[in-house]
Design a protein around this ligand. Structure first.
Ligand code: AHM
Ligand code: MG
Length: 347
């Protein structure tokens, strides 16, 4: 069958015919981000031959060891944002604080971009799937200079979000609130072509995705929810299958297309407190935005991810993402577990 021939460029030009100026700028910004994605793709393809595997020796602000590819992806995306002239500031999992760009007299930089430059970085050395995830906010006011307050915003205020999945194919998935669309890179042509238009997440699926090795440390309610999915009394009416790659982008992509649920709940730490691992602004929020725009849902189990007002750039949350049926069921079971705990502690 002949290839469907709608390039990302043509798709954006078509959307721009009915777009406002904000959206025309977004097309330019997305073009820059996909250019960075193609450069990162090239580096990933030959990483094992070019001494690009392994660690840099540094640790990032999250106390995680930085991989060489993390650093490369971060620098490439930062440069792409800066060169666009459209971005006043960027924040990333790999940077301690937000970077505010010197715009060399160019005015009108209205966007903040926040990203996880290389998601799933434990997969780098084993040729597993990886991702780059981005959130885009538009400044509330174009007066003065953009500040950190323009970056610390709830997901309901997102202007756009998306990811690039580096798997057997390289795919871009994005939404600017006009549906969720996916594009696949044709490596020979060097262009992204539309492969999925207006993605809708199924109302339920038959797969769950969670790190079961840490089951004993999951927050209350998660084990009961997973037990339910493994039973005939699940939303699918049969036991679910497990799929977990260690790359949120790849695991979410499966759930987006086929339905089901991804969870990285809060887990009990050595300090006796429960806390999330995944970052609100770089991971949870953009993927919850895509889930929402495709008819799915993102939640901590107790509140929608998109309602959380961030208080710090590197804030972490418990994350449940997926089809309506599974996420609602998880919320119900978690609320019950929390109420039971409260009753026990009062008794
Ligand atoms: P990273 O962005 O530093 O790679 O960390 C995020 C990754 C997610 O992609 C994945 O879902 C999770 O961490 C895996 O963590 P774990 O190995 O604890 O299951
Ligand atoms: Mg990540």
């Amino acid at each position: 069958m002949p290839q469907k021939l709608i390039s990302l460029t043509y798709h954006l030009l078509q959307e721009d015919q009915v777009a406002t100026k904000d959206h025309l700028e977004f097309s330019r910004l997305l073009t820059q981000i996909t250019m960075a994605a193609r450069i990162i793709t090239q580096e990933l393809r030959r990483a094992g031959l070019a001494d690009m595997l392994g660690k840099t020796g540094a640790v990032n602000v999250q106390q995680e060891e930085v991989k060489k590819l993390d650093e490369f992806a971060n620098e490439t995306l930062i440069s792409a944002c800066e060169e666009s002239g459209l971005v006043f500031g960027a924040a990333s999992e790999e940077l301690k604080s937000a970077t505010h760009f010197h715009l060399h007299g160019r005015s009108g930089a209205a966007y903040a971009v926040l990203f996880d430059p290389l998601d799933g970085s434990s997969n780098t050395d084993v040729n597993g799937s990886l991702g780059s995830i981005f959130s885009i906010f538009r400044r509330r006011s174009l007066q003065g200079v953009g500040t950190d307050a323009d970056l610390l915003r709830a997901g309901r205020e997102l202007f756009a979000a998306g990811y690039i999945l580096y798997g057997p194919s390289i795919m871009l998935v994005y939404s600017r609130g006009l549906g969720v669309h996916a594009f696949t890179l044709d490596p020979g042509v060097g262009q992204f072509f539309e492969s999925h238009y207006q993605i809708r997440m199924p109302a339920h699926g038959a797969v769950y995705s969670i790190n079961e090795g840490i089951r004993r440390r999951w927050q209350p309610g998660i084990a009961a929810f997973i037990d339910r999915l493994q039973s005939e009394d699940s939303p699918a009416g049969k036991p679910y299958s497990t799929r977990y790659t260690g790359c949120l982008t790849a695991d979410f992509h499966r759930i987006l297309l086929e339905g089901g649920v991804f969870l990285y709940p809060e887990v009990l730490g050595n300090d006796g407190h429960y806390s999330g691992k995944l970052r609100l602004l770089y991971e949870a929020m953009p993927l919850a935005y895509l889930a929402h725009n495709a008819g799915g849902r993102g939640s901590t189990g107790l509140e929608p991810i998109l309602d959380i007002q961030p208080t710090s750039l590197h804030q972490r949350v418990g994350l449940i993402l997926g089809s309506q049926a599974e996420v609602h069921l998880a919320e119900q079971i978690i609320s019950e577990a929390v109420s039971e705990k409260e009753c026990e502690s009062r008794a």
